[in-house]
Design a protein around this ligand. Structure first.
Ligand SMILES: NC(=O)c1ccc[n+]([C@@H]2O[C@H](COP(=O)([O-])OP(=O)(O)OC[C@H]3O[C@@H](n4cnc5c(N)ncnc54)[C@H](O)[C@@H]3O)[C@@H](O)[C@H]2O)c1
Length: 262
């Protein structure tokens, strides 16, 4: 085997499907062993089984609500136990709730911020402590979004969480640099997963609206994000830290066109 990530040990959250699964799949293909964590325990078990079918003994799974700190702590302990250490963490699990400023409830706000942001803060803390004890550095990758810098009023909490993820990335990159731990983020545009099918690409008109602001002319595939995660996690990216890599088909270069007003 001679992959970019030979012998590396990784945790990927939200790995039962979509972008998280694609990251885990690419990591395994590059020689890593991976703990797949997801709130859907059955689905993540099947996901790990699918990876093990092609690469036996490389994938492990755990049911885990990343919004619950005790679950997060168990996830990190389990990774250290089954993988024998932790070199890579991907804070990928994320949710959205359709609510703008005039209707958002406290419960919606708390849940989105807890899964999308608080989980990233404390998974980083728990894993970074392991990495520091191991003494050989590591890489943490946060799943941001173009919605960290652009905005869609109907997903206020999601926008807030992703903006904060960019600051988490910069802040922790600096705090953890002395320990040889790099922290980067990936900011996808529209990627064809369940999350986008249920929100921004839920019908033909919404999909057309997305394509009108995507110069490359198509939505991205989860594997295209997995490839970036593998690069950032590898020594090919050894001098990159604190950066957000946007994979958006060119969207951030466009000026947004608001709908006509009567
Ligand atoms: N798909 C896109 O267009 C897109 C664009 C930008 C950013 N992102 C980000 O990429 C990440 C993954 O998105 P996706 O499109 O693959 O979504 P998805 O809905 O297809 O998959 C998300 C996974 O996370 C799991 N999950 C949800 N809540 C969880 C929790 N509390 N604890 C543990 N697991 C949980 C789900 O069960 C699911 O398996 C998210 O952070 C999302 O914000 C996605």
């Amino acid at each position: 085997m001679s992959g970019k990530l030979d012998g590396k040990r990784a945790i990927v959250t939200g790995a039962a499907q979509g972008i998280g699964y694609a990251c885990a799949e690419r990591f395994v293909a590059e020689g890593a062993r991976v703990l797949l964590a997801d709130i859907d325990a059955d689905k993540v078990r099947h996901a790990a089984e699918a990876l093990n079918a092609n690469h036996p003994g490389t994938a492990f799974d755990i049911g885990c609500d990343v919004g619950d700190l005790s679950d997060l702590a168990k996830m990190v302990d389990h990774a250290a136990q089954v993988l024998g250490g932790i070199d890579i963490l991907v804070n990928n699990a994320g949710i959205t709730q359709p609510a703008a400023i005039l209707e958002i409830t406290e419960a919606q706000y708390d849940r989105v911020l807890s899964v999308n942001l608080k989980a990233g803060v404390f998974a980083t803390q728990f894993v970074a402590k392991h990495m520091i004890d191991q003494g050989c550095g590591g890489v943490i990758i946060n799943m941001s979004s173009v919605n960290s810098v652009l905005t869609i009023p109907e997903i206020l909490a999601y926008n807030l969480s992703k903006g904060a993820i960019n600051q988490l990335t910069r802040n922790t990159a600096i705090a953890l640099a002395p320990y040889g731990i790099r922290v980067c983020a990936i900011g996808p545009g529209t990627i064809m997963t369940e999350l986008s099918r249920q929100s921004v690409a839920s019908d033909e008109e919404k999909l057309r609206a997305i394509l009108r602001r995507t110069p490359i002319g198509r939505a991205g595939e989860p594997e295209e994000i997995g490839a970036i995660a593998a690069f950032l996690a590898s020594t090919d990216a050894s001098y990159i830290t604190g950066e957000v890599v946007y994979a958006d088909g060119g969207r951030l270069g466009l000026n947004y066109t608001v709908p006509d007003r009567d």
